[in-house]
Each structure stands twice: as C-alpha cells, then as structure tokens.
Write a protein of this length. Sequence first.
Length: 172
Amino acid sequence: MASSSALIALLVVLGCAAAASAASFTVGDSQGWAIGPNYATWASGKTFMAGDTLVFNYGSQAHTVTEVTKKEYDACSSTANGENSGTTTKTLTAGDHYYICTIGTHCANGMKLAITVADSSSGTTPAAPAPPGASTPPTAPSSPTPSSAPARLHAVPVLAAVAGVLVKLALF
C-alpha cells in the first residue's frame, strides 16, 4: 500500500514537471513592447514552442498588442483594435504568429513581431518567418543541433511512458 502511495506521488511530481516545461518570454526583455527595440533581433536565437507564452509589457492605453495576418503585418495595417491594458499574455500555438501595435505609426516605426512556433511534440526547431517584403519560399523546420539546441526538455512523451510503467508496477 505504501508503494502505491509513493508511485502516485511520483506521478503527480512528473505531471507538474511536464506542465512546467513551457517557457515564458517577455517581449523586448527589459525594454518591453515599445518603439525602439528591434523585435526581429530579440526573437532571433529563441525557440518558441506550442504552450509557451509571450508577455507584452507596455504603457496602458499607449500601445496595443494585435495579432494579425502576414499581409496585415507587412502593411502595418489592421482593422482590429487589439489589447491595450498594459500587460498582455499570449499562449502560443504551432505556426506563424504576427503581432503589431495599431496606434499611429508605431508599427511602421518597428513595433511589430513575427515568430514561428514549433509543435512541442515535434522536437524540431522552427524556421523563422521571412522578413517583411521577402519573397523566399518557406523552409522546412530543421532539427536542433547540439550547439544550437535550446536547453529545453520535451518531457511530455517521456513522462507519459514513465507514468505507464509506474502504473503497471503499482498494479503488481
């Protein structure tokens, strides 16, 4: 009976570890979401995975965070108002994501972010979206190499296998 309790406790700990594997990125780091930072530079070298979050920090009512299409991103134009509370958190899904500030000429002055988010179960590094105005075809995601792979564990499939084995052991 004691071994069953220990196994259940271990399963709970493993489940918490899987949930904690998602990363949170503060857009622009200490500069936040503002006119000035180069968001393409900020995003380069980062690996965004489904389930991660982007946190946009900015002056309330001074800026917006609006997720847009690539066409709207390239044109710095959107009919949507976006969020403007001062802190906006976006949970990422796999695929390309485009964000702009819709106030005045803020987007044209650099308040725009394009990222590609990988499926957290694929274990591959996403290719970055093409820079604005580029007409190059999309490239397939590449596998991470030891020198460029992020220090991120994709623990969910491993944890599921371990949990299955532990449950079987608990039943014996």
